[in-house]
Design a protein around this ligand. Structure first.
Ligand SMILES: Cc1cc2nc3c(=O)[nH]c(=O)nc-3n(C[C@H](O)[C@H](O)[C@H](O)COP(=O)(O)O)c2cc1C
Length: 179
């Protein structure tokens, strides 16, 4: 863990496919001060620009415990971690906070965000603080590629949240991970 620096959004450069597909990210939503939040690993999402705002989109199945928090609260964080935390991301992506105290078991240190109620984690190398600005639910009638439907044997189509990126912080050294 090293001190975080604030990164101007225009200077943030991310290998998007490598980050989502291979490194994975953590979404956390709730209210840190109230001690009410949950987090889970995400691999499906995007970084981009909508309505002239820098945005993250993240796909959350309604069956996730985290969904209860993304529905109730108006913010979330997206965190990236150094490679040594991969086993933690794997665990947070297979265990549910509905059934166990995975926050404590993760060993991660929740920390207050700069601008939003949802917390981030001290061990993260990159933290995006996001304000929920839009959502839509995937509609299978709009799947143009047949293979997409194979991801939904239980018909639990993702809700896509659009988060306006309000603040970015990173470990100074980690910027080489996102050159
Ligand atoms: C690598 C990886 C990527 C994942 N990506 C997503 C995702 O993008 N959306 C989603 O809804 N679930 C995703 N999951 C599954 C959730 O992280 C998993 O169901 C988690 O246990 C939910 O925790 P919760 O019930 O505490 O919210 C992913 C899991 C892994 C391991």
């Amino acid at each position: 863990m090293s001190a975080k620096i604030t990164v101007p959004i225009d200077e943030l450069s991310i290998k998007f496919n490598d980050t989502w597909q291979r490194k994975w990210l953590l979404i956390t939503s709730g209210d840190f001060a109230a001690g009410a939040f949950n987090m889970m690993t995400v691999g499906w999402g995007s970084f981009g620009n909508m309505w002239n705002k820098p945005v993250v989109t993240v796909a959350v199945r309604p069956t996730r415990y985290t969904y209860e928090f993304t529905e109730k609260y108006d913010s979330f964080t997206i965190c990236a971690f150094p490679e040594k935390y991969r086993h933690v991301l794997k665990s947070l992506g297979t265990k549910s906070g509905r059934y166990e105290d995975k926050i404590n078991r993760s060993g991660l240190t929740p920390v207050a965000s700069e601008l939003i109620l949802s917390p981030a984690f001290a061990e993260a190398s990159l933290i995006l603080e996001c304000r929920k600005i839009y959502f839509h639910d995937l509609n299978p009638e709009n799947f143009l590629a047949a293979e997409i439907d194979t991801n939904y044997p239980s018909k639990d189509y993702h809700r896509i949240y659009y988060g306006e990126i309000l603040h970015v912080s990173a470990d100074e050294g980690s910027m080489t991970l996102f050159p």
